[in-house]
Each structure stands twice: as structure tokens, then as C-alpha cells.
Design a protein around this ligand. Sequence first.
Ligand code: SF4
Length: 324
Amino acid sequence: MTPRPVLQVENMRVCYRKQGRALAAVDGVSFELYEGERLGIIGESGSGKSTLAWALMRLHKPPTTTEAEGVVLNGVNLLALNDEQMRQTRWSQISLIPQGAMNSLNPVMKIRHQMADAIKSHESGWSSNRITDHIGSLLGRVGLPASVADMYPHELSGGMKQRVCIALGIVLEPKVIIADEPTSALDVVVQRVVIQTMNEVQQQLKSAMIIIGHDMGLMAQCVDRLAVMYAGRIVEIAPVRSFFRDPQHPYSRLLISSLPSPEEKRELKGIPGMQPSLLDLPSGCAFHPRCPLAYEHCTRTTPDLHKVDEQRAAACHLAKEYTA
Ligand code: SF4
């Protein structure tokens, strides 16, 4: 059976204003997220990952602008909703566990009250018994005892706080969950527990999930497909296995070769240079100053993201275009 897209993003562009100029932090991004899928979005700092997450939630405020041909969630174009309709859609249909979420828990409020506030903001008619039961079941879903509801954030470990944040993100059982760097600032053992918790939650709710991060090793273990962002664009998107087996974009190859391998002793290669500033993007392919395969054409012409087979796409002049 062909998987059904739950979210379709078509040609999204998000611009910040700086020094009197509109700078595209996300530029021409299109992708689909399928029912029950886990899509990883990876890239260096400043590649546009978090800007994209905020734009999907329509959280950017003027003068930042978001334009797209469509951001369609289960048949509804989110960009066409008024503010109140969007407020109702957030958390109930699409939710974001933001970067550093565990540090944004209110330190002087018990977990119970923080979760109850999130529930009441959408479900004003719920009785307090129903809210208490729901909080207990949400905490259970993320592997925490109900007693955590009566604790303050400072009484919890980092991993427990992050699991509380996941519980807050699923308060209304959304169809799409976006987790922005959900394991940053956690040690490797706790990272695994948090990823496992997210997988379990996603399977229970049958939601689709977008996981944003920069740890390729962690992504390899927890997503179905991977999209690589560079300078505001998706430069490769592929099922995770074929991505690691046969990366199509030179940037993806360099990212993979910078990973240690448990099987093979080899020299780790860093990626020369730095992600370009939005104020001074290179002409043509934005990766060309760092690309070992760049040639003259790359300095003049920006490559489109094109299919390289039925399931993969890459934005590189050297990636062969697929024709069915
Ligand atoms: Fe390198 Fe050119 Fe491909 Fe860009 S288009 S990744 S510069 S080969």
C-alpha cells in the first residue's frame, strides 16, 4: 500500500530581516512526511533546521516572513488558517518539542500544573479528575511514574525533564510531532532512553515525527528517512539505509566520513571551511567553496533538488537525474 502523506510542504521560504535586507534562512524547501514515518532533518548550526520547525508551527513573528505554495496537514493548508484556527491546530494536530525545552520548564511550578495548563488551553471543559487521569497516563507513556506530577523540575534528572517535555508535546495526541534537538545536553546513555521513549510514544499514537539534530549516529538509529539541510536548502533526502550506503551529495559524503566506525579503523575527516553566513551566501551552489568536486558551473548555477531514483533526491549537478 502506498503510504499517505500527512504533511506536505511545498516551496517554503522563511526570511529574516537584517541590515535592511531579507535573508532567506529557509529557501525553497519541499518535502512530504508520511503517516507513521520518522523523518530526520540534519545539518550544521545555521543551516535552517530550527527556522523550518518554527515555520511549520507558524510561530515566526514579523518582520520574519514565511511563504510557501502549501503547508498542508491532513488536507488543511496551515498558511490559510486565521490565528485562532492555527492556535487550535497547534498541539492538537502538530506539536513542537523545542530545542532546550527542558530548560524552559517553569522552575516554581509542579509538573502537574504545567501539564494541566497545557491541557486547559485547548480543553476548557475537562473536569479536574479527567485532567489528573490524563496527566498520569501521559507520564506513563513516557515511562515516568505518576508521582512525577507532584515534583518540581529541579527534583528531576535531565532525562526525566526531557521526558516530561515529550509528555507536554503529546498532551493532545497530535498527528505530527516535531522534536528539535531532543537529546542535546544529555549524556549518551540518557540520549538512548529519550530516543527510545520517543519511538514508543510515536508508535502508540501512530503519529508521524520530524526529529531535528546534528548527530548523524543517533539519527541513523532512529529515523526512517533523512533530509540534509545546507544554507537553508534540503540538499539530499533519502531512506536512511540508502543514505548511509550510497550518499549522493558531496556534503552528505563528508558528513558520513566524519563519523567514527566501530567496524573499521580509518582516519576521521572533518569538513573544511564553515557554513556560509546568510549575509554573504556564495553564488551558484552554496556548498561550492567547501566542495572537493566543485567545478566552474557550480559557481554560477544553483542545483535543484532532483530525483536520483524513486526514493532519493539530491541537489548537486553531479547527481544523475532519474527518469522513470
Ligand atoms: Fe559540489 Fe557542484 Fe555538487 Fe555543489 S553542485 S555539491 S559544488 S559538485
